[in-house]
Design a protein around this ligand. Structure first.
Ligand code: ZN
Length: 297
């Protein structure tokens, strides 16, 4: 998809078709959160990272408050850091990590805080290939110390796929994601309520350690080019990697001029503590010119 097409979609999704100029789109662009995640993963899997939102400017901005666009519940393993595999930076993701991406009370409480208080519209439960916690559960036997709290939580997922064809570990990884998604979807009163009100979507996904690809398993689907949910299982492969509509342009791209951080329109209600309202298209107050010595990744 070309950048122009993507910008066009951003206009449509923001309901700004009549008023929008390309510059307006950049300042208002609210790409669909799941698309933002999956687009970032495409960049990562294709080794075309842009490492957005990792500048001093962004750090200063985030010191004032946060407005992440997605919650990611993922495993603690060092090889699955969400900000890396979704090619994101400061203030983008509200990440909850626990071995085996299970949902105990503290995890659910953290997710509730992000969904209810920070108004994050998307929750992704992200399992991964060859997960150690799931593997320990599949193997069974005596589990020492508090590790057993993890395997107890994962146990029902392993049971669910017993006897099923295929790799028991990978089947269990997938079943565990589905189970946790269901657990969170039906978690009362907060998460279930937000979902019912249409304020929160939940997606389950599996990260492939070998390819770097995140595959959606369940739940919300990214919007297709026609703006309708994509059909069938969305396996993100090495599609042409497009720059997100809400990021700094990769080095060499023409700039539309200074970015408009100060023109941000509040897009949602601010409650209690400062919930930062920002346009998504910034890393720096001024866009880098093609000639700038900005480091190329
Ligand atoms: Zn794991």
């Amino acid at each position: 998809m070309t950048l122009q097409t993507r910008l066009g979609l951003a206009i449509l999704s923001a309901g700004l078709l009549s008023a929008a100029s390309p510059a307006r789109v950049e300042s208002s662009g609210e790409a669909e959160p799941l698309n933002k995640l999956m687009d970032g993963n495409k960049r990562y899997a294709a080794v075309k990272y842009i490492h957005p939102h990792q500048t001093k400017y962004r750090r200063d901005l985030m010191a004032k408050g946060e407005r992440p666009f997605a919650i990611v519940l993922s495993c603690s393993e060092s090889r699955v850091p969400p900000e890396v595999i979704f090619d994101r930076g400061l203030g983008d993701l509200f990440v909850v990590r626990v071995a085996g991406n299970i949902a105990d009370d503290a995890v659910i409480g953290s997710i509730e805080y992000a969904a209810e208080h920070l108004h994050v519209p998307l929750l992704m439960v992200l399992g991964h290939e060859r997960c150690g916690a799931v593997s320990a559960t599949v193997k069974g036997g005596k589990i020492p110390g508090h590790i057993s709290s993890l395997t107890k939580a994962i146990g029902p997922a392993v049971e669910m796929v017993k006897g099923k064809s295929g790799d028991p570990l990978d089947n269990s990884v997938r079943a565990n994601v589905e189970m946790v998604v269901e657990q969170l979807r039906t978690s009362k009163p907060i998460l279930a309520g937000l979902i019912q009100e249409g304020r929160l979507k939940v997606a389950g996904a599996r990260y492939d350690l070998d390819t770097g690809v995140v595959e959606l398993l369940t739940g919300a689907k990214p919007k297709s080019a026609a703006g309708v949910p994509a059909q069938a299982s969305h396996k993100v492969m090495a599609h042409p990697v497009s720059a997100p509509d809400d990021e700094d342009k990769p080095q060499g791209a023409a700039s539309a001029g200074p970015k408009r951080i100060e023109t941000a329109q509040p897009s949602r209600k601010v409650t209690a503590q400062p919930v930062l309202t920002l346009p998504d298209d910034h890393d720096e107050p001024k866009a880098a010119t093609p000639a700038s010595p900005k480091a190329k990744h």
